[in-house]
Design a protein around this ligand. Structure first.
Ligand code: ATP
Ligand code: MG
Length: 397
């Protein structure tokens, strides 16, 4: 007889019609990969639920439960006790399993569901009997409140077993990773770009990252910080290849040849073009940036218009309409905030203009680019690219 199991509920993908099976398989696959460090689990889906069943006593249920909460596509996670499909077993299990889960709670209600319509009792009858059993087992320490209970006890009578659980925790939501293709995140060491990457991973994109450095103007520690950020993002994104390109020579050429007010914008033209090349090589269908409208001079509508014109690939900017405080809240949720605020320099902060253009015209930017060998510098920078892989844990493949 199986004992405690983890049930994962999925949201939007039940609406996927013909594709639903694919999405379900992706979720199961992702959970199986993530289960590796936590022991041997049987993981399968049935009736809009994924079952994660430990196969022996060595399984780390707490670890498995925590990692399941970080799998995109899952909207609710809970631990449940399985029992035989008859009222005697359901009542006995409820009495034994639930009191410990209800400590500190004042009110509850029972919500029974039966997908097996041949079960002799109807849902309201199951709820009533289980409710009575809980009242008895807890000796009056908790009472029923059907309108606004502290905790909802769910009894599900399914194909092979009945499952009893107390409450449900929110999952990560969204769509399964990789279900929407692959995107290339321009990853700086700041607060915004890791959030942008996680937001797009939540909508099903596999994340590939590209970081620009400017050694020796930027330090080894700045690079380590970005790699740490990528590793932290893996808690939700699972696996990220981080490509690193050096912009040192480009920045020196810009400094020596172009008008200072345009430095940042010109650098961004290079970044976008290099990112587009990387996206093509690594089969990414879009670029992703952490830009937020009006946050800095290079993120005015005019500046975004200019940088967008450098490439022919969609540029996704999920933070565009968020305030800084909202981005910070997301960064805390995804666990990247503390690393992001470490004070290391970024290549964008090297040779920053004193008076950056906030209303640039494309013609003026292109005129500046004509002063230098744009294509030659792109080739040279792209050749400096190196790649590292980050994983949620070493066994993840
Ligand atoms: P962040 O907090 O993500 O660093 P920011 O507010 O500092 O963003 P900018 O420095 O103008 O904004 O950068 C805007 C976006 O450009 C970043 O969100 C990121 O996507 C990209 N970007 C900036 N610097 C780099 C870099 N060194 N490497 C890769 N991408 C970068
Ligand atoms: Mg930045």
């Amino acid at each position: 007889m199986i004992d405690e199991v983890i049930l994962c509920k999925y949201g939007e993908i039940v609406l996927k019609g013909q594709n639903r099976r694919n999405f379900e398989s992706m979720l199961v696959k992702e959970l199986r990969r993530r289960a590796c460090p936590y022991g041997i689990f049987k993981i399968y889906f049935n009736q809009s639920t994924i079952y994660v069943e430990p196969q022996n006593d060595e399984c780390d249920m707490d670890g498995m439960y925590e990692t399941a909460k970080h799998v995109f596509g899952i909207i609710g996670v809970n631990r449940a006790k399985a029992c035989e499909k008859n009222m005697a077993s359901i009542i006995a299990t409820a009495k034994e399993y639930l009191p410990a889960k209800l400590v500190g709670k004042k009110t509850f209600k029972v919500d029974a569901r039966r997908s097996d319509k041949a079960f002799p009792l109807k849902s309201p009858e199951i709820s009533r009997d289980v409710g009575a059993a809980i009242l008895e087992a807890t000796g009056g320490k908790i009472r029923v409140d059907v309108k606004n209970p502290d905790v909802v006890i769910t009894v599900e009578v399914r194909d092979s077993h009945a499952y009893i659980r107390a409450g449900q925790e929110a999952g990560a939501g969204g769509l399964p990773i990789r279900s929407a293709g692959r995107g290339l995140l321009l990853l700086s060491g700041g607060i915004d770009s890791p959030v942008a990457g996680c937001m797009m991973a939540k909508r099903g994109l596999e994340i590939e990252a590209l970081h620009f450095e400017s050694f020796p103007y930027t330090s080894e520690r700045a690079r380590e910080k970005v790699l740490t950020l990528a590793e932290e993002m893996c808690e939700f994104c699972s696996k990220i290849h981080v490509h690193i390109i050096s912009l040192t020579h480009i920045q020196e050429v810009l400094r020596d040849n172009c008008e200072e007010d345009y430095f940042t914008l010109l650098l961004r033209m290079f970044m976008m073009r290099l990112a587009e090349r990387c996206a093509v090589e690594y089969k990414c269908g879009a670029l992703i940036t952490g830009e937020s409208l009006g946050q800095v001079a290079s993120q005015t509508l005019a500046a975004i218009g200019v940088t967008d014109s450098a490439v022919n690939i969609p540029v996704l900017r999920p933070c565009i309409g968020l305030d800084k405080s909202e981005i910070v809240a997301e960064a805390r949720k995804y666990g990247t905030f503390e690393t992001s605020i470490l004070p290391y320099e970024d290549c964008c902060t090297v040779f920053t203009p004193r008076h950056p253009r906030t209303q640039p015209r494309l013609a003026d930017v292109l005129r500046e680019l004509e002063k230098i060998d744009f294509e030659g510098l792109l080739d040279e920078a792209y050749a400096t690219m190196t790649t590292e892989v980050k994983l949620v844990f070493p066994e993840y493949r």
